[in-house]
Design a protein around this ligand. Sequence first.
Ligand SMILES: *Cc1c(COP(=O)(O)O)cnc(C)c1O
Length: 229
Amino acid sequence: MADLFDRYHQTRSALLNAAREFGRHPESITLLAVSKTRPAEDISNLYRIGQRDFGENYLQDALAKQRRLAHLDLRWHFIGPVQSNKTRQIAARFHWVHTLDRTKIAQRLNQQRPDHLPPLNVCLQINIDDETSKSGVTLMELPQLVESVLELNRLKLRGLMVIPRPKDDFEQQRQTFSAVKATLDEFNQRYKLAMDTLSMGMSADLRAAIAAGSTMVRIGTAIFGPRNH
Ligand SMILES: *Cc1c(COP(=O)(O)O)cnc(C)c1O
C-alpha cells in the first residue's frame, strides 16, 4: 500500500510538473486511474486519499468491483472496446465511455441509458496515426459519427480520445496529440459545440499529452505498477 501511495503521489507530481512546464492549469487536467485487472482494495485505498475517477476495460471485472465499492461515490469510465452485447450494462453502470467509434453502438447506449441517470458522457475514439488498429474512427469518418451522436439526447458528447501508436520521441508524441487537439477545436467551431474533453496520455506519454492540451490522462502502470498479465 505504501508503494501504491508513493506511485500515486509521483504520478500527481508528474502531472503538476507538466502542467507548470507547459502553462496549463492543473485543475483543467483530470487524472483517471486505470484500475483494470487491479483489486477493489487498490481503488478504495486511492479513494481514501482523494482519487475519484477510475478507468476499466473489462466489463465483468469492472462490475464485480463496482458491486464491492457501491458505497463510495466513484466516477467510472469505460475505456475498453465496446461490444454490442455489453452496451446495456455499460449504459447503466458507467458515467463515461471513452471508446465510442461506431454509430450502431452509440444508438444502443443511447437507447439503454436508464431514464433516472443523466446523459452518458462520451468521447469519440479517433484513429489518427495507426492504420493497423481496428479501434477508432478515421478523420474521414468523424463528421458522420459526430452528426449521429448529436442526435442522441441520452448521450453527452464531451470530446475526443486517442491511443496513439507508441513512440519514444517526445516531439513525435506531441505532434500526434496536437493533431487531436486541432481536430477538437475544428469540430467545435464547425458544429458550434462546446466539447471540453481530450482524453489522451498514458504512463509513457503523459507529459507530451499535457503539452498538447490533454484534459484527461489515463494512467495505469505508473500508479499501480506493472500489470502481471
Ligand atoms: C491500459 C490502458 C491505459 C493505461 O495504460 P498505462 O500505460 O498502464 O498507463 C490507458 N488507456 C487505455 C485505453 C488503456 O487500455
